[in-house]
Design a protein around this ligand. Structure first.
Ligand code: ATP
Length: 252
């Protein structure tokens, strides 16, 4: 079976600074996988490493292809954190251009359905990105990413900036995406969302992976009334077991 994502002994950083070390994880086809960790834990660095956007050593494959060359990325669509569309392009133009980057034609009916499915005002599609609120820009980026229909979605904090209704709608869209046998890998600080929709999660702390498994397993192992409490307990346990405190980014 070819895994959407398989990471073995991956370290990554910026310039001479290594910020994540020895990451080992694999993501199964048809799962929603959540990446969680405190600010600065290394989630975005890991995502950027997979995409070839930060300096990395070690092995990673995307559907069996090495992660460095562009061919490895052909099967995935990515939405960065704090996404904002171009202020100059109208919504429709942005969607067409994004799909063209993925060598796809825009399906306007599918786009309209997704806009409705994420509560994005359809009239906004005829307006320039500069008129969008933060959440509207995020929704347009999500529409573009979901429209690709690619087998793997990598989303960095996709819920940020969304109101509660849009967050619930996005969770439904992600579960639908999984329902069609595809894979979603995303980071988030909203642990209630993670607990609700993720099949498995990884907890990063101080640039390392300290937990990999089902949300229920983290609850069992770390204790706590909900995933947020279990997450904090796991972080505290990891801190007390480190020989030296994590520096979150020592050189090396
Ligand atoms: P957050 O939840 O705040 O988004 P994160 O888990 O995504 O955090 P990263 O953005 O991966 O964390 O940052 C991990 C470490 O890498 C931090 O110590 C940060 O200062 C450092 N870092 C991030 N981007 C750069 C960069 N471009 N150059 C140098 N260091 C960076």
């Amino acid at each position: 079976m070819t895994l959407p994502l398989e990471i073995r002994g991956l370290s990554a950083g910026y310039g001479r600074k290594t910020v994540i070390r020895g990451i080992e994880l694999s993501v199964e086809p048809g799962e929603v996988f959540g990446l969680i960790g405190l600010n600065g834990a290394g989630k975005t660095t890991l995502i950027k490493a997979i995409l070839g956007l930060s300096r990395a050593e070690g092995q990673a494959t995307i559907f069996g292809l090495p992660y460095g060359p562009p061919a490895g990325r052909a099967q995935l669509a990515y939405l960065p954190e704090k996404f904002q569309p171009s202020p100059l392009l109208k919504g429709w133009e942005f969607l067409s251009l994004t799909l063209a980057y993925y060598r796809q034609k825009l399906d306007r009916e599918a786009a309209l359905a997704l806009c409705r499915g994420l509560d994005l005002d359809l009239a906004a599609l005829d307006r320039g990105g500069r008129t969008y609120s933060k959440g509207m820009g995020q929704k347009l980026g999500l529409v573009a990413t979901l429209l690709t229909g690619l087998p793997l979605l990598i989303l960095d904090e996709p819920m940020s900036g969304l109101d509660p209704r849009a967050r619930i709608m996005l969770k439904d869209r992600l579960l639908e995406y999984r329902g069609s046998g595809k894979t979603v890998f995303f980071s988030s600080h909203i642990l209630a969302d993670i607990e609700e929709i993720c099949d498995r999660i990884a907890v990063m702390h101080g640039g390392r992976l300290i937990f990999l498994g089902r949300p229920a397993e983290l609850l069992e192992r770390a204790g706590g009334v909900n995933l947020e409490r279990a997450f904090l307990a796991a972080i505290e346990a990891a801190d007390s077991s480190f020989e030296t405190p994590p520096d979150g980014g020592s050189s090396g």
